[in-house]
Design a protein. Sequence first.
Length: 94
Amino acid sequence: MKSTGVRFSTGRANVWDAWLGFNISHGLGMFLFGAAAVWLGRNLEHVEVARAVLAIPVVIGLAYFLLSVRFWFYAPAVGSAIATACFVAAWWSY
């Protein structure tokens, strides 16, 4: 992977660096999404949020679930399904 170049690169990037960058950036995005959802859940009584805004985590969770079913393996699909179900339950109970 280190010796294979990336087609759209100017010759500096290899497949290994692109793979690491992709995984780190997407992992960071998932972490920040989760941190924002936890923060919002813990502070919901102090923050004025429209009910429609609470649908955003549901949509994002559903997108991660569909991605995990299509491209990943069993554990991410189960985890994203559980998280999405929790987001749906929180949205409906608000």
